[in-house]
Design a protein. Structure first.
Length: 217
């Protein structure tokens, strides 16, 4: 599970992750943050931004939460599409630490179409050598695009939670128009948050930067 101690986020494994939650609070449209993001020591590509969320439509009550993002810059808003998901901000109470676990992680549904847009574009552009070489090996048939946090054994199909999408391969070439998103894919499991191969990750970051710029206008 994801856990927070003294403001540092770490990963603890869990055998049966719970289903994703839905966030039922209203994001503040305007906000500012001077606090630097908390970097994950085991995932240098992942950043935790401390930001406020409002429980009430009139913003009369707000609570601090962490927004997980692949961008080091603060998101344009607490509900930005560039955010992977949210965790409650937990601090020490007395001498005991209080953990925020995997059960507390809330997926951002606005992030999902951006993820698939980036992955499909990267596959079509041949931007990731790992998947280009995989297509050469498969030659013909459907290829599953797995999350790199839990790579299946050779010749095995991965866990549905870790299959981002499937794409058809013909004559060792990826056909990006056949891209099919996997509905069961989860942003965060016992093996951690989304982790893409290098080429896919680079494309995703580019897409998120474009969206962040547009949201900031």
């Amino acid at each position: 599970m994801l856990a927070m101690r003294s403001g540092i986020v770490r990963l603890i494994r869990s055998t049966r992750p719970p289903p994703p939650k839905q966030l039922r609070i209203t994001p503040l449209r305007r906000w500012s943050s001077s606090q630097a993001p908390t970097a994950d020591p085991s995932r240098p590509d992942l950043f935790y931004h401390l930001l406020p969320f409002s429980r009430e439509p009139d913003h009369s009550q707000s609570i601090p939460i962490y927004a997980l993002s692949f961008l080091p810059a603060p998101p344009p808003s607490p509900g930005s599409a560039t955010i992977l998901g949210w965790l409650p901000a937990i601090t020490e109470a007395g001498t005991e630490d209080v953990d925020a676990g995997l059960n507390d992680f809330v997926e951002n549904p606005r992030f999902r179409p951006l993820l698939h847009e980036a992955v499909q574009q990267a596959l079509g552009e041949g931007a990731d050598d790992i998947w280009t070489n995989s297509a050469i090996q498969i030659q013909q048939g459907w290829m599953h695009i797995h999350d790199h946090r839990n790579v299946p054994a050779l010749g095995r199909i991965g866990d549905p939670d870790d299959i981002i999408a499937s794409v058809l391969v013909q004559d060792s070439k990826i056909l990006p128009d056949t891209y099919q998103a996997m509905p069961s894919y989860r942003f965060c499991t016992a093996d951690g948050p989304t982790q893409l191969t290098e080429g896919l990750a680079k494309k995703l970051k580019s897409v998120l930067e474009t969206v962040a710029s547009r949201e900031s206008q």
